[in-house]
Design a protein around this ligand. Structure first.
Ligand code: 5RP
Length: 226
């Protein structure tokens, strides 16, 4: 499967989930990048959309496309947020944070009336944790100490890129926590939040209203029932 093509198809399908104008939360990642491109076209066609970006990358892309943005302070009343995911389980719970943006993404997600998640089919699993570790944003201060507590839940690996520790847009670090397939994501999320130094987890439990799953052949729309 051409994954990039599938991501673009999912991103374009998300346009159908938008109101004709309004405040749109802008996720982060390669799939959302296609969505922001498509939203930029809509703005140039005259639609009155205003964005709330979840990362500096999404902010820069949006500004380059002429999408007006709200400031970072909030509070916002976001009509719809469109974002990607690393893993989606059969209850539409998510693992996010492959792009180290999960904290801002979760704040924007909670400020949205509706959340639309766009993925290619490879992101689907039966239980979270089958495919992807949980990205945990951790305060830089004493992060090795925080990681020691994380290892009680799984194997915690400090995220690096090109030999350098990755820092989030907020200056924190990320541990990727490999766990066994998760039976109860809400309980695990609560346990992780109880560890001092944990800023936010990549577990998004019951936070997707719609998941758009694309291959190059078909697009499926999964809706959360309650
Ligand atoms: C960033 C995210 C992304 O939405 C997630 O990693 C999916 O990325 P991509 O669309 O590039 O596959 O959570 O923090």
């Amino acid at each position: 499967m051409d994954m990039s093509a599938a991501k673009e198809i999912a991103a374009r399908a998300a346009l159908d989930e938008l109101p004709p104008s309004g405040v749109i939360g802008l996720g982060t990642g390669s799939t959302t990048k296609f969505f922001i491109d498509a939203l930029g076209v809509r703005v140039r066609q005259g639609h009155a959309y205003v964005g709330v970006p979840t990362s500096e990358a999404s902010r820069q892309q949006s500004l380059a496309l002429g999408i007006p943005l709200l400031d970072d302070l909030g509070p916002w009343s976001i009509d719809v947020t469109v974002d990607g995911a690393d893993e989606v389980d059969e209850h539409l719970n998510l693992i996010k944070g492959g792009g180290a943006a999960q904290t801002r993404e979760k704040i924007v997600n909670y400020a949205s009336s509706r959340n639309v998640i766009i993925v290619d089919e490879t992101k689907l699993s039966r239980r979270l944790g089958e495919r992807w570790p949980i990205p945990i944003e951790v305060l830089a201060f004493a992060h090795a100490q925080t990681a020691r507590h994380l290892t009680q839940c799984g194997v915690a690996v400090l995220r690096t890129k090109d030999g350098q520790v990755v820092h989030t847009d907020s200056g924190n670090v990320v541990y990727d926590l490999r766990v066994a397939p998760i039976a109860d994501p809400a309980s695990l999320d609560a346990a992780l939040h109880a560890i001092p130094g944990v800023v936010e987890t990549g577990l998004f439990v019951a936070r997707a209203d719609v998941v758009i799953v694309a291959t190059t052949q078909e697009t499926r729309i999964l809706r959360r029932l309650c």
